[in-house]
Design a protein around this ligand. Structure first.
Ligand code: FE2
Length: 333
């Protein structure tokens, strides 16, 4: 297990005892700027231990009531829900959190709170597909795309959350039919990352795929000309605009059950959803701000506004096991 502790804020600011410990599965420069700004504003230093979500969950579990983790932070509500389900988060609320985070972007019990938003979007090849032909998630399962769809593995949390949202919205039978239909359209067995799926579509190996929106934005902004060209060959659709809305997910945080500094942890969580933090991170981030009132980065604004799904966020966790079973049943590995 490779975990690196770091104090990204350096020596200035608050006294040594005044800190909060973060176990975070995020490792973006923008996050480090947030830590520094929080320390500047509050005098509380942020100490971040990074690792992947599964490693960090196991570490918090193993440490038990001796844990030094005050906050667990990760992308995807499915990951946050697993920590909640393990009994390792505490339910909290406050006016700042309630006002800062839309209802569909937080755990109904207050175990975790979103601070950025991501959308699961369709990417299609411009020279082969019209956006109207792929305006819904349903279209990915349409027989017209037989042998034309690439997909990431179903073991990935993003795929589990996508199918979990469908189970919540349309039921398990519908979700099974959809997954079987998409599976029947595969060009190849699932392999690679979200970025790899976009590149496969751009290279003409497939006509469409499903990815988190920011992977497309990263290619658009890439310093590598070949990646920018790949992005130019594909289009992005926010699916289900006329029905339930595009599936959205969060990056979020929750206060650990055995937090030693729960007050500071809550203060940091409230900071993350504040106007100050949201306006600081928005221009640097390829994810959407947590509230529509905050202006996103220009590349995101250029994608246009979209209608998003509204389901209880914990549904992505509650239906995770059922989603995994369905993927296995239909042979989407
Ligand atoms: Fe990601």
């Amino acid at each position: 297990m490779a975990l690196a502790a770091c104090n990204p804020t350096g020596g200035s600011g608050g006294d040594e005892e005044n800190f909060v410990n973060l176990y975070t599965a995020r490792h973006y420069d923008a996050d480090r700027q947030l830590y520094a700004a929080f320390e500047e504003a509050s005098g509380v230093a942020v100490r971040a231990l990074t690792g992947n979500a599964e490693q960090l969950l196991e570490r918090i579990r193993a440490e038990g009531d001796a844990t030094e983790a005050d906050l667990f932070v990760s992308a995807d509500a499915g990951n946050l829900w697993r920590v909640k389900e393990a009994g390792l988060l505490q339910n909290v609320t406050s006016p700042a959190l309630e006002q800062g985070v839309p209802e569909n972007l937080r755990d109904p019990d207050g175990a975790f709170w979103g601070f950025t938003k991501r959308a699961r979007v369709v990417i299609y090849r411009k020279d082969a597909v019209q956006p109207e032909q792929i305006a819904s998630y349903d279209d990915l399962a349409n027989a017209r795309f037989r042998g034309q769809i690439v997909m990431r593995s179903s073991t990935n949390t993003y795929q589990l959350s996508t199918l979990a949202s469908r189970i919540e919205r349309q039921g398990a039978d519908n979700a099974r039919q959809w997954a079987a239909g998409v599976r029947a359209n595969f060009v190849r067995e699932p392999q690679g990352s979200d970025t790899d799926q976009i590149k496969a579509v751009a290279a003409g190996e497939a006509q469409a795929t499903l990815v988190n929106h920011y992977y497309y934005v990263r290619l658009l902004k890439s310093e590598d000309a070949a990646e920018r060209e790949a992005a130019a060959r594909v289009g992005l659709v926010f699916p289900d605009q006329l029905t339930g809305g595009t599936h959205v997910n969060i990056s979020g945080g929750g206060i650990t059950l055995h937090a030693k500094r729960p007050g500071r942890a809550k203060q940091f969580l409230e900071y993350l959803v504040s106007d100050a933090a949201q306006n600081l991170i928005a221009p640097l981030n390829t994810e959407f701000p947590i509230r529509p009132s905050i202006t996103p980065a220009p590349e995101l604004a250029a994608l246009g506004s979209f209608r998003e799904e509204s389901i209880p966020l914990d549904a992505l966790g509650r239906h995770q096991a059922a989603a995994a079973r369905i993927f296995e049943e239909v042979g989407w590995r």
